[in-house]
Design a protein around this ligand. Structure first.
Ligand code: UFG
Length: 316
């Protein structure tokens, strides 16, 4: 297939591009480099530097699909600057959908998020649970999910939303390189390289076993594989939604323990107040993705930490 990957210079987009090229697809990447890196785009992909609002200049009927990963994606930033999320995610995606409709490109795989579920009570979150985002980031992604449903019904789009849980790990040298880095695993790994290693725990009074927030960490390579399955799965006039996680929850303290084990560094944990907008627990049910996409993750948190540690050590 001929594909446009928006956000293909980013952490997840670069690994998705790597796998699409590996499967023999023709890939063009569109990225504004606001958080991505030009050197993360593999040579086999055509490169376009620009905003997704300019996708109309690239798309034509020769494209089979758009894999839409470009977005702002920080919960904390979205609470402080919601307007960045309404413009950067919702308004920009509307322009991308307009461009696809004009060009007759009928298929989209979209990066949605677990953040649409908010503070879900369920031990494992299924796709039919009510959505109730606790921050503008999740709200912006949910708005796009609604846009895709309507686009499928009204204009025949074949759409798949992949609701990522917490993505971690690396694929060779393709790794997380955010600045500032807010994510737990890269931050604890960064601490492990310091002279006086200490990691921060945001909130120790959550209603969880050890009082720290629980997330479902998913290896970026497992996650990328789901995009290839979703491309094949997408059906005209239908919007399908899949949660992508492992079904296993890991607390902040458990992540810090895993980093201590993998690195052999005795990182001190410093306890702070909760970070605004953070839900207590987010764990996916993988049942629908397994049954319909035939996708099952195989890599655990230890593997994610080990791969990110190796990638970081080799490419500092
Ligand atoms: N945390 C710490 N210390 C840190 C960094 C994070 O205690 O130094 C905590 C956070 O408060 C949170 C947990 O670790 O409870 C995970 O935080 P991350 O920042 O790694 O990830 P988030 O859960 O906030 O968000 C990520 C993505 C979102 C996505 C969400 C889905 O950034 O895009 O996962 O679960 F929506």
């Amino acid at each position: 297939m001929k594909l446009l990957v928006t956000g293909g210079a980013g952490y997840i987009g670069s690994v998705v591009t790597e796998q699409l090229l590996g499967a023999g697809h023709q890939v063009e990447v569109l990225d504004d480099l606001s958080t991505g890196h030009r050197d993360a785009v593999l040579e086999g992909a055509a490169w376009h530097h620009g905003s997704i609002t300019e996708a109309g200049e690239i798309l034509d009927e020769s494209f089979d699909a758009v894999i839409h990963l470009a977005a702002r994606s920080l919960v904390g930033e979205s609470v402080a600057h919601p307007e960045r999320y309404w413009h950067g995610n919702i308004v920009a995606t509307l322009a991308l959908l307009d461009a696809m409709r004009d060009a007759g490109v009928k298929r989209m795989v979209f990066s949605s998020t677990a953040a649409v579920y908010g503070d879900a009570e369920a031990a494992q979150i299924t796709e039919d649970l009510p959505t109730a985002p606790t921050n503008p980031y999740g709200a912006s992604k949910l708005a796009i999910d609604h846009m895709l449903s309507a686009e499928a019904t009204a204009h025949g789009l074949a759409a798949v939303s992949l609701r990522y849980f917490n993505v971690a790990g690396a694929s060779g040298s393709l790794r997380e390189r955010h600045d500032p880095e807010t994510h737990l695993i890269p931050n604890v790994l960064k601490a492990a390289r310091d002279d006086a290693p200490h990691a921060t725990i945001f909130g120790t009074d959550y209603p969880t076993e050890d009082g720290t927030a629980v997330r479902d960490y998913i290896h970026v390579r497992d996650l990328a594989e789901a995009h290839l399955a979703a491309l094949d799965y997408a059906e005209l006039s239908r919007h399908a939604i899949f949660n992508l996680g492992t079904g296993t929850g890991t607390s902040v303290r458990e992540v810090i323990d895993a980093v201590r084990e993998v690195t052999g560094v005795n990182i001190e944990a410093v306890e702070q107040d909760r970070r605004s907008g953070d839900p207590a627990v987010l764990v996916a049910s993988g049942a629908r993705a397994a049954a319909e996409l035939g996708w099952r993750p195989t890599r655990d948190v230890r593997q994610m930490v080990a791969d990110a540690w190796t990638a970081g050590a080799e490419h500092r």
